[in-house]
Design a protein around this ligand. Structure first.
Ligand code: MSP
Length: 498
């Protein structure tokens, strides 16, 4: 089976912050889990580089727009390896291949009769690069997101006949109720469509920083149409000399933040229908990371820099915190105190200590060789269900539930240590077999948890599995007794207390 997962492509005129890291890490957990299952995976992320906000920022800095994006895009390109995400390609919408594909697909939409010329007059937020309805503009004509004054725009535009797709989109939501996930976001998309769709601008003619409209030189495509097509265009040129479109299109999951729901659940499927292309399976809409009660972001000036946290605590700790602290699909507050608390209680204590003391006991009582013994059948039954459970949760993008299923096992293994008290068994030579069983069961339990947890903590589970001399991370190894049970190495603390 093929599995294609995407993140939004990020605007380059702000520095990467924790919110960008959040979407990207979530996609990485899903992609890595699918690779562990032996699926054919493609994971895409990238940057959104056209549009008026970029042109305006470049002007302020005395650069050309191309110079500005070339200066800023590397901050996002470099973020990916720092986050240890396993993206298969990084798209930049200024790539010539992307631009050609945008022209091709939008040209096809026009040939199919869904484009007409007209005059646009209305309210526009240059920060959102989005036109606002009168209801959104309100009486004070402020952007509801940025609280900045909207500008009144009047210009020649090409329009996309979005209104013609109202019935098709409702039918799509009827027939594919998990096209938009989770349910409360499905309802939001549905009521947006039911409230009546207006045609939307497909092009802009007052500036030139964008993909040129091939049939009219005075226009560039409206940045959102250009940006959305990244998900489709990337497959055609990500591998030189190879077109991956048939292999991976349609995508299984677009992961997005709730701020861009309208574009992904209304514009995007309508565009694909207009072009005669297959629709993605799921758009999963996650919530916002909050600082107190406010959205974290550049506009609010409260953005947390992911690089600082990674410098101090490591990449795995950041990945783990974000995936565990905020339930995927809902808003959630983040803070440095919250980060430290979870690091200490779950990574250092629950997981790190379990690993250290299990390995230390094998060295102390059995000279570093895991005994070949019967495993505890009760414990084995509880651990063996884990991989299946986690896959089921991740198939619904319920990353928090998957994380909790794993943590139940981590806690279970810690209780097992306390209940069995290997240090007592070790004092009584008559109970050597029991001790063998306890040690072998613990090592196997720890190894299985390490395999299943690998997408969250790729680096530290790699170290752990290496120490256990069972580096395989395929999910078919996530069963008790699939490990090697031989000599194991010592392990430095995985999550040292800072
Ligand atoms: N360029 C557009 C997306 C085009 S996709 C075809 C854009 N870029 S963005 O850089 O402003 O934000 C993109 C995404 O970053 C959001 O949808 C969300 O996934 C993530 N986040 C940005 N701030 C966030 C939070 N405070 N919390 C969680 N995610 C947030 O919109």
């Amino acid at each position: 089976m093929s599995f294609y997962v995407t993140t939004p492509i990020y605007y380059v005129n702000a520095a990467p912050h924790l919110g960008h890291a959040y979407s990207t890490i979530a996609a990485d957990v899903m992609a890595r889990n699918m690779r562990q299952r032996g699926e054919d995976v493609f994971f895409l992320t990238g940057t959104d580089e056209h549009g008026e906000p970029v042109a305006l920022a470049a002007e302020r800095e005395g650069l050309t727009p191309q110079e500005l994006v070339d200066k800023n895009a590397p901050r996002f390109v470099d973020l990916m390896p720092r986050l240890n995400v396993s993206n298969d390609f990084f798209i930049r919408t200024t790539d010539p291949e992307h631009k050609a594909k945008v022209q091709e697909v939008l040209g096809r939409i026009r040939e199919n009769g869904h484009v007409y010329e007209g005059v646009y007059e209305g309210w526009y937020c240059p920060r959102c690069a989005d036109f606002k309805t009168d209801a959104e503009a309100g009486e004070d004509h402020l952007c509801p997101i940025h609280k900045l004054p909207l500008t009144r725009e009047k210009e020649d535009n090409y329009f996309f006949r979005l209104s013609a797709f109202q019935d098709d989109l409702l039918k799509l939501l009827d027939e594919q109720p998990d096209f938009v996930m989770p349910r409360h976001r499905y309802n939001e998309a549905r009521s947006f469509i039911e409230s009546g769709l207006q045609d939307v601008s497909l092009s802009r003619s007052t500036f030139t920083w964008g993909v040129p409209v091939p049939w009219d030189e005075g226009h560039v495509f409206y940045v959102w149409f250009d940006a959305l097509l990244n998900y489709y265009s990337a497959l055609s040129y990500a591998r030189p000399g190879e077109d991956l479109t048939d292999r991976f299109w349609p995508a299984q999951f677009h992961l997005i933040g709730k701020d861009i729901l309208k574009f992904h659940t209304v514009f995007w499927p309508a565009m694909l229908l207009a072009a005669g292309l297959p629709l993605p399976e799921h758009v999963f809409v996650h919530g916002f990371l909050l600082i107190g009660k406010d959205k974290m972001g550049k506009s609010a000036g409260n953005a947390i820099d992911p690089f600082n946290i990674m410098d101090e605590y490591g990449t795995d700790a950041l990945r783990f915190y974000l995936m565990r602290e905020v339930s995927f699909g809902h808003d959630g507050a983040v803070s440095e105190e919250g980060f430290r608390a979870r690091y200490e209680s779950e990574l250092a204590n629950d997981f790190g200590n379990l690993a250290s003391r299990t390995i230390a006991m094998v060295h102390r009582y059995r000279d570093g060789v895991v005994p070949r013994a019967e495993l505890d059948p009760e414990l084995a039954a509880e651990i063996d269900g884990l991989a299946g459970e986690v896959c089921e949760q991740l198939d619904r993008a319920d990353i928090a539930a998957a994380g909790e299923a794993i943590w139940m096992r981590v806690r279970r293994l810690n209780r097992y240590v306390e209940e069995q008290a290997p240090w007592t068994l070790a004092k009584d030579p008559a109970r050597a077999n029991e001790l063998d069983t306890v040690l072998a069961s613990l090592v196997e339990g720890l190894r299985v948890v390490g395999v299943v947890l690998h997408p969250w903590l790729p680096e530290s589970t790699g170290k752990l599995l290496g120490a256990l001399d069972s580096p395989q991370v395929e999910l078919e190894c996530a069963r008790m007794q699939a490990g090697r049970l031989g000599a194991i190495s010592k392990l430095e603390p995985l999550f040292p207390k800072p």
